[in-house]
Design a binder for this molecule. Structure first.
Ligand SMILES: [Zn+2]
Length: 263
């Protein structure tokens, strides 16, 4: 299996995969990511309990998706938005992680609005306009939960309806910190999350929420995977690890140790 690795890596490392938007971004760009190690994802253990046919191939920012699943338009505690874009294609692993967490939050907070699922991937994966990654069915954008519990019209394609971070990093009162914090914890508890990107002001808010509850130590793993990143004041971006059965999936390096709350 070593033969196909080298051309893929050569392509990634050459920077050719980074053409398009934001041309000055280097491979240290955490959103695009850098390949963890010079080998294919280890598909050894776990593949028997994860026997789906769909495949995430390549890297988050330079990949493909074969035989994909698709997000339903709605289910327990979630709904798909941006529907006309036809970007709901996904791996089964991502589908399970997101719908499982959505249902868990909905059961805990039954009066809340549903989790709103934005862009995932194109049918065959590959470059997705306006996104640096989302190329192999492992990345998804989600609307934050709101205090006013409003859902946006699922047919609109004009983007996420609400910005929660104002000037000077002020977090909007409509940002439902408790539910969003619970969502992050539920996602990371699956053990299948690589990273979750949020605005730096929101990462700080999550840290303060954990600290105020005396839960900084308990939440360290969730906070570690929560990465501050620009342009994520209106949505969070969830990225799962390579599924065990996706033998051509290239892993991203792990986030640094610690909660990262010293902002
Ligand atoms: Zn995204």
């Amino acid at each position: 299996m070593e033969t196909p690795v080298l051309p893929v890596l050569a392509f990634v490392l050459s920077g050719a995969a980074l053409s398009g938007c934001a041309p000055d971004v280097s491979l240290s760009d955490e959103m695009r990511g850098s390949v963890a190690r010079l080998s294919l994802h280890d598909s050894g253990q776990g593949s028997q309990t994860y026997a789906y046919s769909e495949q995430a191939e390549g890297f988050y920012s330079d990949g493909r998706l074969t035989d994909p699943d698709v997000f339903p338009l709605e289910g327990e505690g979630f709904l798909k938005i941006f529907r006309p874009r036809d970007r709901g294609w996904t791996t089964r692993g991502l589908l399970e992680v997101i719908t499982g967490a959505a249902a868990e939050i909905f059961r805990a907070y039954p009066d809340g609005e549903r989790l709103q699922i934005g862009d995932v991937s194109a049918h065959a994966g590959g470059p997705l306009p306006e996104h640096a990654s989302h190329q192999n069915g492992l990345d998804v954008d989600l609307a934050y939960y709101r205090m006013n519990r409003q859902e946006q019209a699922p047919e609109l394609t004009s983007g996420f309806a609400e910005q929660f971070v104002g000037k000077g990093g002020r977090v909007s009162r409509n940002f439902d910190l408790e539910r969003n914090h619970a969502l992050v914890r539920a996602l990371v508890a699956t053990g299948r999350i690589n990273r979750i990107f949020v605005d730096a002001a929101l990462k700080k808010a999550f840290c303060e929420f954990s600290r105020a509850g005396g839960n900084l130590e308990r939440d360290e793993e969730a906070l570690r995977r929560l990465r501050p990143w620009p342009k994520h004041g209106d949505h969070l971006h969830v990225r799962i690890l390579c599924p065990p059965n996706s033998v051509k999936c290239l892993a991203q390096d792990e986030p640094p140790p610690g909660a990262g709350c010293e902002l």
